[in-house]
Write a protein that binds this ligand. Structure first.
Ligand code: ATP
Ligand code: SF4
Ligand code: MG
Length: 319
């Protein structure tokens, strides 16, 4: 499989203030030494509890943040791109967000919303603009009549279709979808997921699909990465992850996914609260909640270990 993006030793620190009059400067390490390849044409699911760093990773890869490390795209570290290279990259990589309403200017018609990215990237030919807008609005399941309308005239699901159209109008090859269905009714979620799957095939997209819901990513991801407090703790092909989860955290997440077809698994309750990301546990960050914890777990950080060609895990049980 061909790599589209290769992430090496990626770290992101957010400065946060605390203490009297915010005098103390502290840092949240939202990404710790992330190593991850994203293959051309795949949907890679990224899951984990709120605050584990999923959005940070998505934004860091698109350089919407300034992380430290390496994100290779076409064999070059995009964290070192100059302005021109970055502008080219912005055409090829897009992001869609959880709340389609806040990302769509309410004063603009759908036509203007779709034209704007084209104009920003200097596509000025009117017939080219119109044919692209016509093509994309139909691809997302809306029609030309809708172009005259405003965002508030649409339902949540339709608004997400518009946001998807806007992200795809520049014909990108990579899309970060950050919780794109979490704000929608369950009945609408399936439609948007199917739409993304179809668009991926038609437009040869590669998608990083972020969700806190393992049940959602299960349906559309080729592979899944599981995050915990800034670490990727397990990475596997989807079917294998559900059949043979290795990390105790992944096992707990999977046991909480409702299943109609498969043999019901007894839910593994996670002990205790999620530790503060400002002050995460030493060594294995999961040791304060792990039911398999051993003495080594609080002393030494486990390595991210390959247990088969398509399956890696970060846990001392598999060292
Ligand atoms: N701009 C910021 N400044 C300071 N801390 C931040 C900032 N953005 C995120 N964080 C912190 O970084 C950590 C990771 O946040 P992030 O938003 O990436 O998590 P997430 O997995 O996307 O969570 P959610 O599921 O709630 O969207 C959290 O502890 C969060 O509080
Ligand atoms: S390293 Fe130890 S504490 Fe961490 S997940 Fe594995 S068994 Fe649990
Ligand atoms: Mg998020």
């Amino acid at each position: 499989m061909q790599k589209l993006i290769e992430i090496k030793d990626l770290n992101m620190y957010y400065p946060v203030s605390s203490g009297i009059l915010n005098s103390a400067k502290e840092y949240i390490r939202a990404l710790s030494d992330i190593n991850l390849d994203i293959y051309k044409g795949e949907i890679l699911g990224l899951v984990g509890e709120s605050g584990c760093g999923k959005s940070t990773l998505g934004k860091a890869i698109l350089r919407l943040l300034n992380p430290e490390g390496y994100v290779y795209y076409e064999n070059k570290n995009l964290l070192e791109f100059d302005r021109k290279e970055l502008k080219q990259f912005r055409k090829k990589a897009q992001m869609i967000f959880q709340n389609p309403f806040s990302s769509l200017d309410p004063k603009m018609t759908i036509y203007s919303l779709l034209r704007e990215p084209l104009v920003v990237h200097k596509i000025r030919d009117k017939s080219e603009i119109n044919s692209r807008i016509h093509e994309i609005i139909n691809l997302v399941g809306l029609n030309d009549e809708d172009l005259k309308r405003y965002p508030h005239e649409f339902s949540g699901g339709q608004r997400q279709r518009i946001a998807i159209a806007r992200a795809l109008i520049l014909k990108p090859e990579f899309l970060v979808a950050d919780e794109p269905v979490s704000a929608l009714d369950v009945s609408i979620q399936a439609q948007i997921i199917t739409l993304l799957q179809n668009l991926k095939e038609k437009l040869n997209l590669t998608i990083l699909f972020i969700s806190h819901d393992l049940g959602v990513v299960k349906y559309l991801s080729d592979r899944i990465a599981v995050m915990y407090l800034g670490d990727i703790v397990e990475l596997s092909e989807t079917h294998e992850l559900f059949k043979n989860p290795k990390h105790p955290y992944t096992k707990a997440l999977i046991s909480a996914v409702p299943s109609i077809h498969e043999k019901a698994v007894k839910e593994i309750k996670l002990e205790g609260d999620l530790p503060s990301p400002k002050n995460p546990p030493e060594a294995c960050k999961f040791h304060t909640r792990c039911k398999d914890v051993m003495s080594v777990c609080s002393q030494k950080e486990p390595e991210f270990t390959k247990i088969s060609d398509s399956h890696c895990v970060k846990c001392h049980l598999y060292d």
